[in-house]
Design a protein around this ligand. Structure first.
Ligand code: ADP
Length: 772
């Protein structure tokens, strides 16, 4: 449950997107700050470099001009020191300069001499000796002439200036006068050199150094008198600056522009040099720096300009840093976001897993419990199985035993049936012989009768067991004098006991009057007979005691003998049907093993129990109890049973029908009926019986066999009852089953008699129905 709550909480928790945004914004902020710092750093470095470049250019210009001026001063000294400097001398003096024109940026180095008007012709003549075309120009009349007589390098370009009177040109003159008057190197204002291309002239300057005669030069006047000429050099400003530019290693790297203005005047007119030739766009923002440069009284203004990067433009480096920072910030925030999402998912998965685990755990616990239960069940099942196994083992032993018993039983039954049958058959055979005495004849007949009784007893026992098993054995209650019964049994068995030299003793009860109880007389009789019969059978010598005790609500009987006894392990089994205590014992084979089973069933029907106390070779005592005043189970038979006492009358001259399919039974019955009938008719099937009945409506008695071919006794009775209600129908039943008796009465019979028909029983019945 708690896990489910946790899971809901985790899922409900919003994605921590804001943290990623914070990271992104922080990253961007840091990137911006850093980029700005780098930009400022760049700018300040650029500024420093810019200033450095400006200073470097400035000093280079000063150095260049200075070197040149020094050279001019040397040239002036050369002229002042010697009377005459020849063209060759001047040329070799200028050798360094002329061979390094490009390096120094010098256009020309020359000497310009002063010529008085009077000496012009003489001068022209002397020069024209070497250079016939030489002339002083411009051709204009004046008091003083000046002329460039030496110019180096004396090439075709510079030769243009040969003979040129610079003094006539005002800008140059001003510089020349300044140099003359103050005895100092003087740089002219901006001029256009003669050598210049007329279409696209460069700005030029000339530096003048005066050459004086060797006289004192203290005053301007004295200098004006002493002046003989000027050493000069001309510069084309672009060339000059190019030579300087070339030697500056930084200028190329930086996008720095330079303009040089003459005399501190910033104007196109005074522009001496423009590194961009005015290509710089007007609207372009520039960073400028003006530096004044002084050469004596000459002032140049150097205007350096550095195009400023536009307001928000960044250097590549800053841009890289900015973009890089931005990308890193984005990646970081994305990474963090994905980490958080992953963490959340991991937590969800973990929570799922832990809830799964919890669930599984519970299931395992359940399974465990079930297993434990099952284990217990298994254990108990195992125990049960063990006990079943033991039972089976017992059953197996029993089965083996009962197999033996079965064989023993069959042998027994065979013996039990064959023995009397042998007697009957053997002595019947002997009876056929003619020469037997009357006594022998009587003796044989007795033996045959005994054997028949014995056979009938066995059959009765089997029938009784069948009845008991089928639940058809019923109790027929009546008042029974048990003293009489015991007495009768003693007298019944006395001859048999005496034959074996055994004494039967009745243990008399102390009560002075006879004991009469409400019970089933036949069954009590059968129980006692069985027990006493066994006692005689299993006793070799000694006594048999017989008696009973009256208890509060039951009576306890006992039959005690001094016989062979029964081992303890067989004392319960002997009450089972077909079981004998020792089936190998020869004596035991004298019975079918049914007597005690029947006795037990009867005892139980009478509401009691039976048991034995015995020791082998010492004797046995059989006890059984019966309830005193046992409830009547079914009194139908009792009510309808034929009473044995009747008023005596002679039954004669009856018209009788005997329905019997078996010829021997028929013969017997005919013999028994002889004395009662005047006319006896015979039917062999039920159908025949019905037919005979139709033809003889005056029949008095019908003895109806139940089991007949074509139509059985029940059906035949029903049919006869339809047209003859007068004739008495008695059913003959072979097995005398309780159900059969009821059925016969139900079918319409007036009574029944069991086979084999006994004369006495039949007589009783006939007296009952015909002695009215
Ligand atoms: P049986 O027809 O064999 O006598 P019973 O059911 O009457 O059959 O008796 C079962 C067995 O019990 C006998 O086979 C015998 O082994 C034993 N038995 C019965 N009564 C006695 C007795 N009084 N003394 C010794 N053994 C007896």
């Amino acid at each position: 449950m708690s896990n489910l709550k946790d899971l809901k909480k985790i899922i409900a928790k919003k994605n921590p997107l804001w943290i990623s945004f914070v990271i992104l914004f922080s990253g961007i902020l840091i990137t911006l700050l850093f980029s700005n710092y780098v930009r400022l750093e760049d700018e300040s470095r650029t500024q420093r470099e810019f200033e450095q470049v400006c200073n470097e250019i400035k000093s280079k210009i000063i150095t260049h001009i200075g070197i040149q001026t020094e050279f001019l001063i040397s040239g002036s000294s050369l002229f002042e020191a010697s009377n005459e400097v020849t063209r060759e001398e001047w040329s070799s003096f200028n050798k360094f300069s002329t061979t390094n024109v490009k390096f120094l940026g010098v256009q020309a180095l020359g000497f310009c001499t002063i010529i008085k008007k009077s000496e012009v012709q003489k001068h022209l003549a002397s020069i024209q000796k070497g250079f016939p075309n030489y002339k002083i120009f411009p051709a204009q009349d004046r008091a003083i002439y000046t002329s460039i007589i030496y110019v180096e390098p004396f090439n075709q370009t510079n030769a243009v200036a040969f003979g040129y009177d610079m003094f006539l040109e005002p800008v140059r003159r001003k510089a020349m006068q300044n140099a003359r008057d103050y005895d100092r190197p003087t740089i002219s204002d901006k001029v256009t050199l003669l050598v210049e291309n007329k279409n696209k002239p460069q700005a030029g300057i000339v530096i003048y150094v005066p050459v004086y005669k060797a006289i004192p030069l203290n005053t301007i006047e004295s200098r004006r008198k002493a002046i003989t000429g000027w050493i000069f050099c001309t510069f084309r400003m672009d060339d000059l600056m190019k030579s300087i530019w070339k030697t500056s290693y930084m200028i190329d790297k930086k996008n720095i522009f330079l303009k040089i203005y003459d005399n501190g005047i910033i104007s196109q007119k005074s522009l001496l040099f423009d590194s961009q030739n005015n290509n710089l766009k007007e609207d372009q923002q520039t960073k400028t720096r003006s530096i004044p440069v002084f050469f004596n009284d000459k002032k140049w203004t150097l205007v350096f300009s550095l195009p400023a990067e536009s307001g928000f433009s960044f250097s590549t480096k800053v841009l890289i840093i900015f973009i890089g920072g931005l990308i890193i910030s984005l990646l970081l925030s994305a990474l963090f976001y994905s980490l958080l999402i992953t963490k959340k998912r991991a937590r969800i998965i973990a929570t799922h897993l832990s809830s799964d685990l919890l669930h599984k755990n519970k299931e395992y616990e359940k399974i465990n419990k079930m297993l434990k239960k099952n284990y217990k069940k298994l254990n108990s099942s195992k125990e049960k199985l063990d006990s079943i196994n033991k039972e089976l083992e017992k059953a197996k032993v029993k089965a083996e035993e009962s197999d033996q018993l079965k064989s023993a039983f069959l042998a027994n039954m065979s013996h039990e049936i064959r023995t009397p049958m042998n007697g009957i058959m053997g002595f019947t055979e002997l009876l056929k012989e003619a020469n037997i005495s009357l006594e022998e004849h009587k003796n044989y007949i007795e033996i045959i009768e005994k054997s028949g009784t014995r056979l009938l007893n066995i059959i009765n026992d089997i029938v009784d067991v069948s009845k008991i098993e089928a639940g058809l054995m019923q109790v027929s209650l009546s008042a029974v004098n048990i003293d009489h019964q015991i007495q009768y049994i003693e007298s019944f068995f006395r001859p048999e006991a005496q034959d074996k030299n055994i004494q039967i003793i009745i243990q008399k009860n102390a009560i002075p009057y006879p004991t009469i109880i409400n019970t089933d007389s036949e069954k009590l009789y059968a129980i006692l007979i069985n027990l006493v019969k066994n006692a005689i059978k299993y006793t070799v010598q000694g006594t048999i005691e017989l008696g009973y005790e009256i208890k509060s609500d039951y009576i306890k009987f006992f039959v005690k003998d001094t016989g062979i006894g029964i081992s303890v392990d067989r004392q319960i089994a002997i009450f089972e049907r077909f079981i004998q205590a020792d089936f190998n014992d020869k004596m035991a084979r004298q019975g079918a093993g049914l007597g005690l089973a029947i006795a037990k069933a009867y005892v139980e029907l009478l509401g009691g129990k039976i048991w034995v106390e015995s020791q082998p070779d010492k004797g046995s005592t059989f006890y059984f109890t019966i309830a005193n005043g046992t409830k009547v189970v079914n009194n139908y038979v009792a009510e309808n049973n034929v009473p044995l006492y009747k008023k005596f009358c002679e039954v004669k001259n009856l018209k009788i029908l005997v329905a019997e399919d078996d010829s021997i039974s028929r013969m017997l019955i005919l013999k028994v009926l002889e004395e009662y009938g005047s006319q006896i008719l015979i039917a062999q099937t039920g159908l025949e019986a019905v037919e005979i009945c139709r033809k003889n409506p005056d029949l008095d008695l019908i003895l109806m066999d139940i089991q007949m071919p074509i139509m059985n006794g029940y059906e035949a009775t029903r049919e006869i009852k339809k047209f003859n209600t007068k004739a008495i129908i008695l059913a003959q039943t072979a097995f005398a089953l309780e159900g059969d008796e009821a059925k016969t009465l139900e079918a319409g019979c007036h009574g029944y008699i069991s086979k084999p028909i006994k004369k006495e029983e039949l007589s009783n019945l006939l007296q009952f129905f015909f002695c009215k």
